[in-house]
Design a protein around this ligand. Structure first.
Ligand code: FES
Length: 75
């Protein structure tokens, strides 16, 4: 199974499939069996890094459309 990441308009980043989440110390989050999680993209969540729905009341606006990224710079 692969991992699907969806950038929601005016909201979170949803990750679903097989994934693991770690903090900066390398400690793994215990997701209690979840195969889908939403990360906060607006900065308003009281449960960072996860979305708690606060984007709806904090006025976050960001519409995203898939696009081709520029080539990776060569060193
Ligand atoms: S994206 Fe939902 S609370 Fe920030």
């Amino acid at each position: 199974m692969s991992t699907k990441i969806t950038i929601n308009n005016n909201g979170s980043i949803r990750v679903e499939g097989e994934f693991e989440i770690f903090d900066m110390e390398g400690k793994k989050f215990d997701l209690n069996g979840r195969s889908m999680i939403s990360f906060c993209r607006c900065g308003c969540s009281n449960n960072k890094p996860f979305c708690d729905g606060a984007h709806k009341s904090c006025g976050f606006m960001s519409t995203i459309e898939a696009r081709t990224l520029p080539p990776i710079p060569q060193k």
